[in-house]
Design a binder for this molecule. Structure first.
Ligand SMILES: Nc1ncnc2c1ncn2[C@@H]1O[C@H](COP(=O)(O)OP(=O)(O)OP(=O)(O)O)[C@@H](O)[C@H]1O
Ligand SMILES: [Mg+2]
Length: 549
């Protein structure tokens, strides 16, 4: 046997090049890896410069936390990462990167310079992949990666690159995909001398809509509906193009799981299925959707580009997505529901015509005794504290309000009034929930089926279990099993009056954190000074203030 047939370790540089083959297909792949690193570093601004459609230069600069001077060379070596330290952490990865492969892979097929400066450094430090030493460099806080002459030593790969326009298009698409997953980061990209992308930080609902309109087109935002559905600890929210707004391509298909761009067969199939009867064959739906779920229920470590995932329970996720979309599309064609669980929270993004229509409808319902409501009662908000308390100022007075309690009290009133006026709307449960009860409780529930139906609670009997199919919309956030147990317990104690059940339902309503100032403002407008406002409101008159000191 000749020496060349014996097993040998690959030289490091060659191993890196093979790894690069998996993740770096074209210049856009480099942009993805570098921008993801900037996002993981907590940057709020990311600047990207492209020359020669990425073959000559890709420069990504950020204002993130930077890299420690002593770690600069390590960042370029294989399997060196600051994001994963033990195998236990693999099931809880929240960062976009974790393999420690991107920078060494890119460095093996280009001329790469890495410069960085952390907050306490007096200057920046730079390392080049082919020079061992690090040298000082003028640099603001953050990191810059410059990738020159991509694929210079892999001519086959360079040969497969398409024309400049196509490669620039791939880069723009990559930036758009990443920009839709974090609105609080600003992006600026000079794609060529004549073409650039500017996406300023988007905090308010209006700014976020502008970003979506820039990326997906104005017609998408005008022909879509905002959804927000929760099933246990899984949430699906985002914008769904209406059935009429189908497109010839899948260009407006954005799906994110826990902040990560995903192109997954299970997800695609679920979405197609939801739209299947509504759009013509050969046409595609448009959507920007965000699925949030516990990190350990989805494995992201299955594909080098991390675009594919493996779900612990793929069938549940598939069913949940299809059902949520089908229901949202169906309800957008019907009259909007009165107290849709998400209406108040979706209100952050309301210029969308469907949502505006729903909100208008909601505000005109008897549930809110609108003649009581004076938007000036509490004036305007001057501060929001701990996502719970606000200080407001009216023409006369200052108020300190426990907004979480006020919101809770408002929802209790809404629930009571909706039950009294028989105007309670129901919400189907995405994946029906099975509850097992004692025989006595089970029988009490069956006996009072009509009463429960009038409260929006629908169920089926199945093998000595109850399968819950719908609940009142106003109880969308409650723990359903606990709710059914409390109701069954009340009924089995012969408390079968609607007032008694109303009290049970009211007790189940959870406190909900105030999301942001817009949320607080919309709540303040719904509050009025009334008998029960002393529970959640203090007028800060001179007497109250002096009692504090
Ligand atoms: N822009 C940046 N700001 C701060 N640190 C960075 C930046 N880019 C890279 N790093 C550091 O360099 C390390 C290596 O980066 P690299 O992209 O190779 O690996 P990773 O992000 O950890 O994993 P993956 O290969 O999955 O992307 C990172 O773990 C991080 O500590
Ligand atoms: Mg990385």
């Amino acid at each position: 046997m000749s020496a060349s047939n014996r097993i040998q370790s690959l030289p490091l540089h060659l191993a890196n090049q093979i790894a690069a083959g998996e993740v770096i297909e074209r210049p856009a792949s480099v942009v993805k890896e570098l921008v993801e690193n900037s996002m993981d570093a907590g940057a709020s601004q990311i600047f990207i410069d492209i020359e020669g459609a990425g073959s000559q230069l890709i420069r990504v600069r950020d204002n993130g936390e930077g890299i420690h001077r002593d770690d600069l060379s390590l960042a370029l070596s294989r399997h060196a990462t600051s994001k994963l330290h033990s195998s236990d952490q693999l099931s809880h990865i929240a960062s976009l990167g974790f393999r420690g492969e991107a920078l060494p892979s890119i460095a093996s097929i280009s001329q790469l310079n890495l410069s960085s400066r952390q907050q306490d450094d007096e200057c920046g430090w730079q390392v080049s992949a082919n020079i061992e030493t690090i040298s000082p460099v003028a640099h603001p806080i953050g990191t810059t990666v410059e990738v020159h002459d991509l694929f210079f030593n892999v001519p086959a790969r360079r040969h497969f690159l398409r024309g400049n326009k196509t490669e620039q298009h791939h880069i723009a698409t990559t930036i758009h995909r990443l920009a839709l997953c974090q609105f609080e980061i600003g992006f600026q990209c000079q794609l060529s001398a004549s073409s650039s992308i500017k996406l300023p930080v988007a905090i308010t609902a209006e700014q976020q809509q502008q970003r979506i309109a820039k990326i997906c087109g104005k017609s998408f935002i005008n022909n879509s509906l905002f959804i927000q559905q929760q099933y246990d600890d899984i949430e699906l929210k985002g914008w769904l193009g209406t059935a009429q707004a189908h497109r010839p391509q899948t260009d407006v298909n954005y799906f994110y799981i826990n902040g990560r761009v995903i192109r997954d067969r299970v997800i695609n199939h679920a979405i197609r299925q939801a739209y299947s009867d509504l759009i013509p064959v050969g046409r595609y739906p448009a959507f920007v959707l965000y699925l949030t779920m516990p990190l350990d229920r989805v494995d992201i470590n299955v594909h080098p580009t991390k675009h594919e995932v493996r779900f612990r329970d793929a069938r549940l996720i598939h069913g949940l997505i299809t059902k949520a979309i089908q229901e949202a599309l169906a309800s957008s064609m019907d009259t909007p529901s009165v107290d849709h669980p998400n209406t108040s929270y979706a209100s952050e993004l309301q210029t969308n015509s469907h949502i505006a229509e729903q909100t208008h409808h909601y505000q005109n319902q008897p549930i809110l005794s609108s003649h009581n409501i004076s938007t000036d009662d509490f004036g305007s908000i001057t501060a929001l504290l701990h996502q719970r308390y606000v200080i407001t100022q009216s023409t006369q007075d200052l108020f300190l309000i426990d907004l979480q309690m006020a919101e809770h009290s408002l929802r209790r009133q809404q629930l009571e009034l909706a039950i009294k006026t028989n105007s309670l709307s129901t919400r189907p449960i995405l994946v029906p929930i099975k509850v097992s009860l004692s025989t006595e409780q089970h029988q009490a529930v069956i006996k009072n089926r009509d009463l429960l139906l009038s409260l929006g609670l629908d169920f089926q009997e199945q093998d000595n279990h109850l399968v819950i199919k719908s609940i009142p919309s106003l109880l969308a956030q409650v723990e359903i099993k606990q709710l059914i147990h409390s109701i069954a317990n009340t009924l089995s104690n012969d408390h079968t009056k609607i007032e008694q059940l109303t009290t049970v339902l009211k007790r189940q309503l959870p406190l909900i954190p105030i999301q942001n100032v817009q949320h607080a403002e919309s709540l303040i407008k719904q509050l009025s000074i009334s008998n029960n406002s002393t529970i959640w409101c203090r007028r800060l008159d001179q007497k109250t203030l002096s009692s504090l000191f």
